[in-house]
Write a protein that binds this ligand. Structure first.
Ligand SMILES: NC(=O)c1ccc[n+]([C@@H]2O[C@H](COP(=O)([O-])OP(=O)(O)OC[C@H]3O[C@@H](n4cnc5c(N)ncnc54)[C@H](OP(=O)(O)O)[C@@H]3O)[C@@H](O)[C@H]2O)c1
Length: 159
């Protein structure tokens, strides 16, 4: 399989969003996101792009949409996951950054998952799709420094 990563923060119940927003604000996770994704092509759904409200700097921003809805300056609209991956052809590890619809679309092709586990009960109505965790090996796990209930986990698909 071609290397393809996804990065997501989720609660133990699988919650990743509340309406258009994240259910939490964890600045250490935003820094982690920046460090992991910097320089890589970001592949996201139009709703996630809208909720970010701008193109994230230093990285191609590829926004999946079925319509001609405008995207922010510096971002590029693509019509399918395949088109996004063609645009990201030169990238050794394109990054799927959500939301739920795009994770669902991409998970069968994802070879690495950067998972931030948020061990909190949170209100939310957007969930990460079910996936076969046994198909992935846990390569690393480290607790956040600033939050006692957050861990950064790196999963790699077993070959
Ligand atoms: N916790 C996290 O790490 C994390 C990360 C990212 C997002 N989120 C949360 O996830 C939520 C947003 O997720 P969501 O599932 O509602 O939306 P989304 O996946 O961000 O975007 C959905 C949109 O993507 C486009 N799309 C979907 N499938 C497509 C396909 N096969 N081909 C082309 N375009 C396609 C459509 O855009 P059009 O309508 O324009 O056609 C669709 O409306 C928010 O709550 C956000 O905060 C959480």
């Amino acid at each position: 399989m071609r290397p393809l990563a996804a990065i997501v923060a989720m609660s133990d119940e699988g919650v990743i969003g509340d309406g258009d927003a994240l259910p939490w604000r964890i600045s250490e996770d935003l820094k982690h996101f920046r460090r992991v994704t910097m320089g890589h092509a970001l592949v996201m759904g139009r709703r996630t792009h809208d909720s970010i409200g701008r193109a994230l700097p230093g990285r191609p921003n590829l926004v999946l949409s079925r319509t001609r809805a405008p995207v922010a300056e510096g971002a590029e609209r693509v019509a399918s996951l395949d088109e996004a991956l063609v645009r990201a052809a030169g990238d050794p590890l394109p990054m799927i950054i959500g939301g739920a619809e795009i994770y669902r679309l991409a998970m069968p092709r994802v070879t690495e998952l950067f998972l931030t586990e948020v061990h909190r009960e949170v209100a939310g109505d957007v969930y990460f799709p079910d996936f076969d965790r046994a198909a992935f090996e846990e390569r690393s796990r480290r607790p956040a420094e600033s939050e006692s209930d957050v861990e950064f986990v790196h999963l790699v698909r077993r070959s």
